[in-house]
Design a protein around this ligand. Structure first.
Ligand code: KIV
Ligand code: ZN
Length: 513
């Protein structure tokens, strides 16, 4: 009989700490719903004390999610724990995840606390958290560089105080699999009350070992893995959920555990997170990369055609790759469109948003005869602002680009109900279009990222553009897709400008985690 492996997803907390990956509340709710659909056990929805926006997102996710535990991070102080406790209050099942650093370097240089004070603070933190929930997780930050004796001491104390999950994070990605597994094994063996808790791992990828370290810890007794979709996260990222889940599922001969994840939801989750954050997935990324199931060499192709398992250890459809099949066409109605979105795990917030997405679908279907699932994902990722939040709308765009001439663009925007014209020259047609838009809007925002990806194959494929803008400490991503990449770019730029303009958009104020 296999034991249960708890999948704790921290895309919305540690993942969101990647530079420029901050998400609006609506985007976070969409991701949380997809994680719930995928049957993630615990969703770490944010860090409630970091900002009012973070608090609000966690609170809304706690209201919306029923089948996963909703968790907030909190430093080991009374204020943070109070904010976390309030934020998760509406959850059917809520968890507080509190942490304090335990490595000599962090205790001495960052916290300026003695080991005794750290233990005392950690125990107090569990007491404060117990006023809100029994489901309390304790993390020893920088455990990867902490002394095992000290970890044993602090873990024994917090378990006595009521912690139910003990997390051993490799915060700086320093661990090596065999050594990390040995630490985990020793902790479970030496902490006297270790059988009262679930042991957890949380690995960063600075040496490219986050997944290996996590799996080694599972073999040593960990029964919770903290991970993120596409391995998003601080610096080089966190352990990738899709790799952990598929390793455990593909090698039942090695792992004595199983997760409850619906693996067919992995690729939709990966695409959603990539589209919202603007972090593209590299083509050769395991499980979710575009080439993960593509066979190029003739020998491999021949083998797969004769017997798939000659070169494939997983089935593409088991992780949610659809066969690039035609799903809808220009005669499809609103109902078929809505049903297909639901099948893809896409819930739009209101009928208004659905109608706006449907009319964009109709426009697209007129120009592109075959509409694939990938096109639908791209289409809705632009609809993250509701129509009433769409302060800037593209009415008309014209670009002139000739050999030997400076590209020139004219645009007409609807700005809060009034039409305005702008024109500009630029280094290329996209540059000219952005300058023409800026001549109307005058946002002064700094362009941090501009990226274009072809969504499907063929020269009539939609180009999906991500634009990342920064203004007054706010960073937003805009998405736009169209068969004309200049128009996709303009849409993406305006999508980002609308988010900056929207008063609902949160001010990013990350704490010092
Ligand atoms: O990496 C880390 O140590 C963390 C903790 C807050 C769990 O993210
Ligand atoms: Zn982390």
């Amino acid at each position: 009989m296999k034991q249960h492996l708890v999948i704790f997803d921290t895309t919305l907390r540690d993942g969101e700490q990647s530079p420029g990956a901050s998400m609006t509340k609506e985007e976070k709710i969409r991701v949380a719903r997809q994680l719930e659909k995928m049957r993630v056990d615990v969703i770490e929805a944010g860090f409630a004390a970091a900002s009012p926006g973070d608090f609000d997102s966690i609170h809304s996710i706690a209201q919306a999610i029923k089948d996963s535990t909703v968790c907030s991070l909190a430093r080991a102080n009374e204020n943070d724990i109070g904010r976390a406790g309030e934020a998760i209050k509406p959850a059917k099942s809520g968890r507080i995840h509190t942490f304090i650093a335990t490595s000599p370097i962090h205790m001495e240089k960052k916290l300026r606390m003695t080991p005794d004070q750290v233990v005392e603070q950690a125990v107090k933190a569990i007491g404060w958290a117990r006023q809100y929930t029994d489901d309390i997780e304790f993390s020893a930050e920088d455990a990867g560089r902490s002394e095992t004796d000290f970890l044993c001491r602090i873990f024994e104390a917090v378990i006595k105080a009521g912690a139910k999950t003990i997390n051993v994070p490799d915060t700086v990605g320093y661990a090596i699999p065999f050594q990390y597994a040995e630490t985990m094994r020793q902790l479970i063996e030496r902490v006297p009350n270790s059988d009262k808790v679930v042991w957890s791992v949380h690995c960063h990828n600075d040496l490219g070992l986050a997944v290996s370290n996590s799996l080694a810890a599972v073999l040593a007794g960990a029964r919770q893995v903290e991970c993120t979709i596409n391995g998003l996260g601080e610096r080089a990222g966190n352990a990738a959920l899709e790799e952990i889940v598929m390793a455990v599922r593909t090698r039942p001969d090695i792992f004595p555990v199983e997760s409850r994840i619906d693996t067919t939801q992995i690729v939709p989750a990966s695409k959603l997170v990539s589209q919202i954050t603007g972090y593209p997935v590299q083509p050769n990324k395991a499980v979710v990369g575009a080439n993960a199931f593509a066979h190029e060499s003739g020998i491999h192709q021949d083998g797969v055609l004769k017997h798939r398992e000659t070169y494939e250890i997983m089935r593409a459809q088991d992780v949610g790759w659809s066969q690039n099949k035609l799903v809808l066409g220009k005669h499809s109605g609103r109902n078929a469109f809505k049903t297909r979105l639901q099948e893809l795990g896409i819930e739009l917030e209101s009928d208004e948003v659905l109608n706006a997405a449907f009319s964009r679908f109709k426009e697209l279907a007129d120009r592109k005869h075959e509409i694939f699932d990938e096109d639908l994902h791209a289409l809705v990722s632009e609809e993250v602002v509701t129509p009433d939040q769409e302060h800037y709308k593209l009415v008309y765009s014209h670009v002139c680009s000739e050999t030997g001439e400076m590209p020139f663009a004219k645009v007409i925007l609807n700005v809060g109900g009034a039409e305005k014209k702008g024109e500009a020259s630029g280094g290329g047609p996209v540059d000219a279009t952005f300058k023409a838009i800026e001549s109307i809007v005058g946002s002064g925002a700094e362009l941090l990222l501009y990226s274009v990806n072809a969504i499907t194959t063929g020269t009539d494929a939609q180009g999906e553009v991500t634009t990342r803008l920064s203004k007054d400490e706010r960073i937003v991503n805009g998405n736009g897709a169209d068969t004309d990449i200049v128009i996709a770019s303009a849409r993406s730029y305006l999508n980002a400008l609308n988010k900056l303009h929207s008063s609902l958009d949160k001010v990013k104020a990350q704490g010092d985690v």
